[in-house]
Design a protein around this ligand. Sequence first.
Ligand SMILES: Cc1ncc(COP(=O)(O)O)c(C=O)c1O
Length: 394
Amino acid sequence: MSVAPLQTLPIDQLRQRSSTKWRRYPDDVLPLFVAETDFAPAPAITAALHRAVELGDTGYTPPDAGIAAAYAGFAQRRFGWQVDPARVRTTCDVMMGVVEILRHVTEPGDRVIVTPPVYPPFYECIPEAGAAVERVPLLDTGTAWELDLLGIEAAFAAGARAILLCNPHNPTGTVHTRESLAALADIAAGFGAVVISDEIHAPLTAPTAPDGLGAAGARFTPFLDASPVAARVGYTVASASKAFNLAGLKCALMVTADDATSSVLRALPDEVEWRTGLFGAIAAVAAFSPESDEWLDAQLVALHENRALLADLLAEHVPAARYRIPDAGFLAWVDLSDLGWGDNPAVKILRDARVALHLGPLFGAEGAGHVRINFGCSPELLREAVERIGALAR
Ligand SMILES: Cc1ncc(COP(=O)(O)O)c(C=O)c1O
């Protein structure tokens, strides 16, 4: 790949942003917590939104805003996955899509499996839909994390009705293999259970064997494309919001690949689709268009460099930290237990180093002693943050 890495905005411009990442803490804090990125936006998105602002194009999102067709093109180009736009519906964000699907595929009190450590809102969206959380932690093989298929099978056998999968996984950056996804689909099918796959981080899977970047890379498998059985038992919820930093614009897609699951989507109240933000729809169409591919490739290079830089910085300044380079995304799951800073080291790091990281224990009991670091920032910011943490560790 001969793409140059994408540049981030200068820090003085970032501090003018009004989003959570830049407003939650005072200016002496380096914000590496919430999952927003600091890159200059994709030009096709900026142009589309500028035009919408100039036109006062701020009304309701139309029935077919072009999101499904744009995503089908994107899925084909980026993942080699054929999506039928007629089997897609939209809503305001990924977590709302998950809640609305869960409401339709579970009964009140049904158990839904999550695989901790996992994105904290998973623990809230399941009760929001009237179901109950069942934990089957990821297996730590010593060099990687993977689904505990036997544990999941036991949970289904004991009555769990669905699993909320995170693929790629937040916070570990694990990209599940086609084999494990196909096996999961078979297990779920055997119990008449449902798989909901949150694929929000998929476009940020580290490219396979990027030239000169010295890593093997990973290959993302969309759950619905893992096997014919997966296409039957699965629902995917996706969005452009992580890969293109569009979370505030409120647009996500629910994707199916089978008549029965498509009819569940069609049965969702129209109100679910009305909640799609128009700016989110406009931005998503621009993000998923071929015009934004080059920007996304450049971001993948920047993230690839940062995920390796973080390993070097931790080795130099916080050698007690344990970090596995993630296969996807811009989030690093770092075990700081050996520093003796307690179950929630991000608290001390914020107080004494003025670096805001996401709190490990929020991801589940497995997060004790851990922090999640957002490296979707400039190498300079990442360096300063780790140096500050390192100074505390000395
Ligand atoms: C795995 C995962 N799902 C969902 C979300 C949130 O998506 P949304 O804002 O579209 O609900 C995030 C945000 O970081 C995430 O990491």
